[in-house]
Design a protein around this ligand. Structure first.
Ligand SMILES: [Cu+2]
Length: 125
């Protein structure tokens, strides 16, 4: 009798655990690669930063903040999703970057509804 009463509970618990693990198994949008590359020391300022993620992203809820020496914000245009590549975010720069190092703080919302964020740096010679 005890086991009969207990088994539905166990099934429910197993189902719950399975759901949680399935949800975690869905890939979030992690940064796959970027231009300029992380830790790169490029010869000249890029015209835009390009960030490519492992999943498609929602551009309305995704963005990038760039800071230079002394935490000074770099002026950029609004980040846009590449028209034919929905996992790619393009961030046009309003003016060329001076020589120095820059920190890129990105945040994205993937199409599965999960938010991710991260940071990397690069420098301009
Ligand atoms: Cu996700």
């Amino acid at each position: 009798m005890f086991s009969l009463k207990r088994s539905p509970m166990l099934s429910a618990a197993t189902l719950l655990v399975t759901c949680i693990f399935s949800a975690q198994a869905l890939a979030h949008a992690h940064l796959k690669n970027q231009y300029p590359a992380a830790n790169a020391n490029v010869d000249a300022s890029p015209q835009a930063l390009t960030l490519t993620f492992t999943e498609d992203i929602e551009p309305a809820f995704s963005g990038v903040a760039i800071t230079g020496a002394g935490q000074q914000a770099v002026s950029t245009a609004k980040a846009e999703r590449a028209p034919k590549q929905h996992n790619q975010l393009i961030v046009p720069l309003n003016q060329p970057l001076k020589s120095g190092s820059y920190q890129v703080n990105w945040h994205v919302l993937s199409v599965d509804g999960h938010k991710t964020q991260g940071t990397y740096t690069f420098s301009v010679k």
